[in-house]
Design a binder for this molecule. Sequence first.
Ligand code: 5GP
Length: 114
Amino acid sequence: MAVRDTIFGKIIRREIPADIVYETEEILAFKDTQPQAPVHVLVVPKEQFPNIGKMDDPLLMGKLMQGCVAVAQSLGLVESGYRIVINSGVQAGQTVLHVHAHVLGGRQFLWPPG
Ligand code: 5GP
């Protein structure tokens, strides 16, 4: 299947800049350019899957979550708390078709989400 390129693919290939905060062989994490909280980091697999439902690699899914936790730890969010969000599809508000987890922290969040 052809890989659909996105803005995150360009960030992963270092074709456009990003404020990278964490990286492994398979995962990259960088600050969101339109932060919705004092800490707002996007954690992505370097391999492109359009959404979480297409991510047919459970081990990589686990590594994505590990990446989120590592980001939260390294940015000092563990004590205060943080939120991990994965939007999938139009009604969820997904805008970039490269699966990504948002790690948000540094303020009080509401539930249910808007
Ligand atoms: P989604 O709405 O798909 O769950 O989240 C996509 C996120 O990507 C948004 O929060 C948006 O601000 C962020 N974003 C879009 N383009 C760029 C970019 O070029 N660089 C970075 N760092 N974030 C981006």
